[in-house]
Design a protein around this ligand. Structure first.
Ligand SMILES: [Zn+2]
Length: 395
């Protein structure tokens, strides 16, 4: 499997300047190729990334000689990325590619075809600039496929893609768990356990608001404005890091403890009801959670069951399977009118996800295998005993 390992770099001043230069060149190449793509498409041609790379290579020396100051990979890979973005768009997985702006996260890539880069313990040798210190070693063994150097806040990172056969199967002591991702808490498990979000998060949000206000007072593009902007970027980076750390700890624990883990396809509740966190942060957190669980379950030999996005995990009674017509978001306790079952709302949802994952009605990619995910009541007779067992074990 392909795993990306993102490692903080410790570049010197010359290397920092080079990184910024290479990232700028990559951005230029990407935007040039996108503009050219649009032009060719309008002219009735069929643009593609291979053709555009060839085209740029032909005019590079005459028109953009400064491109030779940085690794040619930066230009090449930027156009390959554009091709990937267009493929995602055609396959309806992504939006139409947009021009990269100077304020976007700067980055450039290098592919490892003929030993373009390599690592040696806590150092990485990048094309042109040479050895750059890393904060840690690559943790996985296997050939290094590609490196992306990017800036986050004021730090540079190398995300190294490794093709690895490393797996560390562990024997998970517990059979199944359902995880309901929360709005105010990080997650609720079907065992009834609530995992609080990181505490420093709320403190950082306060600082973020203050820094945002301070930025608004500064004259745009002035020296103080720039300083404040980098301060703001650091707070953003910190919030992301704290949150990601908490997510990492939780996903590792889940993948090592439970044989089967049930989650939802989309965090619909979070999207509908969160006024305090920006939607982007919430969504980002959710996708990051799922991404981590996805590779960690494969890594540790457990199984991930994803309920499809129409599965009414909150409205279904985890005891008898009756689906409520309506359930207000403010209602924190789930009460079933049919069987009298009562549980905290999030625990009820988590129990449903656990049951669904245990019944194997869903595959890892979130598609129902036999329609059972959408019609939870069809197989009541035989499934009920199993459900009960699962719930008992999980509780
Ligand atoms: Zn019920």
């Amino acid at each position: 499997m392909l795993l990306a390992h993102k490692i903080a770099l410790d570049p010197n001043v010359a290397q920092r300047i080079y990184f910024a230069q290479a990232a700028g060149t990559a951005r230029f190449a990407y935007n040039w190729a996108l503009a050219e793509w649009k032009r060719q498409y309008k002219a009735g041609e069929k643009p593609n990334d291979v053709g555009l790379r060839r085209q740029l290579n032909a005019i590079k020396r005459a028109q953009f000689p400064w491109m030779f100051d940085v690794t040619k990979c930066a230009v090449q890979e930027a156009i390959i990325d554009l091709g990937t973005a267009f493929r995602a768009f055609f396959e309806k997985r992504g939006r139409y590619p947009r021009f990269k702006r100077k304020n976007d996260q700067p980055s450039f890539c290098a592919a490892n075809e003929v030993g373009t880069f390599r690592t040696d313990g806590k150092r990485i040798k990048l094309p042109v600039i040479g050895w750059v210190r890393m904060r840690e070693e690559v943790r996985f063994s296997g050939p290094l496929k590609r490196v992306t150097v990017s800036r986050d806040g004021d730090r540079w990172f190398a995300s190294i893609m490794v093709e690895t056969d490393d797996v560390k199967p562990v024997v998970q002591p517990e059979p199944v768990v359902g995880v309901d991702l929360g709005v105010t808490t990080l997650a609720t498990l079907s065992t009834g356990e609530t995992i609080e979000g990181p505490k420093s998060h709320t403190a950082a949000l306060k600082r973020l608001r203050r820094a945002n206000k301070a930025l608004a007072c500064k004259r745009r593009f002035s020296a103080n404005w720039r300083k404040q902007k980098s301060r703001l970027a650091r707070i953003h980076a910190r919030i992301t890091n704290v949150r990601r750390d908490a997510t990492h700890k939780l996903t590792t624990r889940l993948a090592k403890t439970y044989k089967t883990i049930g989650i939802e396809d989309l965090n619909v509740k979070g999207m509908a009801s969160n006024r305090h966190l920006s939607r982007a942060v919430m969504d980002g957190g959710f996708f990051e959670f799922r991404r981590q669980l996805d590779y960690k379950t494969r890594f540790y030999g457990s199984r991930l069951g994803v309920a499809n996005r129409w599965y009414p995990s909150s409205k279904t009674c985890s005891c008898c399977g009756v689906i409520k017509e309506t359930l207000a978001l403010s209602q924190r306790i789930f009460h079933c009118d049919d069987c009298g079952f009562e549980a905290p709302r999030d625990v009820n949802a988590a129990l449903n996800l656990a049951r669904l994952a245990a019944s194997s009605a869903v595959t890892a990619c979130g598609e129902p295998r036999s329609g059972a995910g959408r019609k939870p009541r069809v197989k009541r007779g035989s499934a009920k005993q199993e459900e009960k067992n699962v719930i008992l074990e999980a509780a």
